[in-house]
Each structure stands twice: as structure tokens, then as C-alpha cells.
Design a protein around this ligand. Structure first.
Ligand code: HEM
Length: 206
């Protein structure tokens, strides 16, 4: 089958959350300020999807299963879809589509500038994620797509600026991000296949 069922499962799993949150907002299940809750959930969803996307290559190296890579592009595009919804929810529910407030907002919440830089970088990756761009850009494509680590840094900084005192949740995402970054350092990456090869035969047979 060209499009296996589990890939459709990934699509449904990513699509269901924003729909559920919109339904909750509509049915007044998100408290007195549903717009803000929606913005926060979509922002966190963007960061989590970014981390999941970045985990695909190390998982493929660890397990040897090509399926992780097959689904990486779809997850990256979902990450972009979430950030578009995050931005749209901010424009509608926080700004109230009143663009004259934008200047005030930027001076009141400078972390938005950091988020906006992350958005532009994600947009660049999304529009060049197709095979045509890959062929046209050649080796530059890989370099461009290393921007994903910059986006992770911007996303974490953006969140840190917002949560400030309550660092527990932020520290979890930052640690996962740091681990994924470490796994991309060439001497560490080179050791990953050896870790699998060194498994005792009984462990692989089971
Ligand atoms: C133009 C782009 C962006 C705008 C305007 C924006 C705006 C916002 C706003 C207004 C909040 C809520 C702040 C609050 O609770 O007081 C927020 C939260 C957040 N945003 Fe963004 N953001 C943008 C891009 C991004 C990007 C690129 C990422 C991730 C890569 C991201 C991840 C987050 C996270 C993780 C939170 C915190 C959620 C939580 O506390 O539960 N945002 N953003």
C-alpha cells in the first residue's frame, strides 16, 4: 500500500487536538478566557510537534526502522499548521483583529518578536519541504533545514519569557531539546548504530 494505515493514524492524531480544543472553546469548557487557553495550547502543541519531528532521525538510527523518516515530513508540516493556528488564534482572540494594537502589544510582550522569528523560519522550512525544492537547492537544502534547531531555540526562549518563574514544565522541554541536539553531534551520532550492534543476541531475538 502506498500510504500505510499507521501514517493515516499519525495524520488523524495530529489533526484531532486543534479540533477538540476548538470544540471545548465553543462549548465553554476552557474557562473564562477560552481564547488565551487556545493560544497557549496551540503554542505548546507547536513546540511538542517540533520535538517529536526532531526525534524521528535518532529513532530511525536507534531502531533501524525507516518508518520514522517516512513520517518526519508530515510531522514537520503539522508543526507548521499548529503555529499558523497559534498565530491566527492570537490575532483573533488576543488582538481582536485590531491591528492598531500591534505596536502596543509588541512593546508590552517582546517575546512575540521571538515567536515571530520562529514563525518566519518555520514558514521557510514548510515552503521548501517538497521534493522540487530539495532538488533545486541541492546541498543548500540540508543547510537550510538545520534552521530547525534555531527554531527550537527561539521556541524555548519564547516560552521561557512567558512562563518566567514556573520553570518545571519548560525545563522538561528544554532537556528533551538538549538531548535531541546532543544526538546530532557527529561523534555521538556515529556511536548510535554501534549501540544497536552491541546488543547481546538474546536481546535482539526476543
Ligand atoms: C508570530 C508568531 C507567534 C506569536 C504571535 C505568538 C504568540 C504567543 C502568545 C500571545 C502566547 C501566550 C502568552 C501568554 O500566555 O501570556 C504564546 C505562548 C506560547 N507560544 Fe507562541 N507565538 C508565536 C510563535 C510561536 C512559535 C514559533 C512557537 C514554537 C516553536 C511558539 C510556542 C509557544 C509556547 C510553547 C507558548 C506557551 C504555552 C504555555 O504556556 O502553555 N510560539 N505565544
Amino acid at each position: 500500500m502506498r500510504y500505510p494505515i499507521w501514517r493515516i493514524g499519525v495524520f488523524v492524531a495530529a489533526a484531532v487536538w486543534p479540533l477538540l480544543w476548538l470544540y471545548e472553546a465553543w462549548s465553554s469548557a476552557l474557562g473564562p478566557d477560552p481564547g488565551k487557553v487556545l493560544v497557549d495550547r496551540l503554542g505548546l502543541g507547536t513546540l511538542i510537534l517540533l520535538l517529536i519531528t526532531l526525534a524521528m532521525t535518532p529513532l530511525q538510527k536507534l531502531s533501524g526502522w525507516a518508518g520514522w523518516i517516512a513520517v518526519r515530513r508530515q510531522l514537520g508540516l503539522w508543526c507548521f499548521a499548529y503555529v499558523v493556528l497559534h498565530l491566527a488564534a492570537y490575532c483573533v482572540f488576543v488582538l481582536g483583529l485590531d491591528w492598531s494594537q500591534l505596536g502596543v502589544e509588541l512593546s508590552k510582550r517582546p517575546y512575540i518578536i521571538v515567536g515571530a522569528l520562529g514563525f518566519v523560519a518555520l514558514l521557510m522550512l514548510a515552503v521548501t519541504s517538497n521534493r522540487y525544492s530539495q532538488r533545486r537547492l541541492g546541498s543548500r537544502w540540508k543547510k537550510l533545514h538545520r534552521l530547525v534547531y534555531v527554531i527550537l531555540g527561539l521556541g524555548l526562549l519564547h516560552m521561557l519569557w512567558i512562563v518566567r518563574a514556573d520553570l518545571k514544565e519548560w525545563a522538561i522541554y528544554a532537556s528533551i531539546g538538549a538531548l535531541l541536539l546532543l544526538l546530532r553531534v557527529p561523534p555521538v551520532t556515529r556511536r548510535i548504530p554501534r549501540l544497536i550492534a552491541k546488543k547481546p543476541p538474546s536481546a535482539t531475538k526476543a
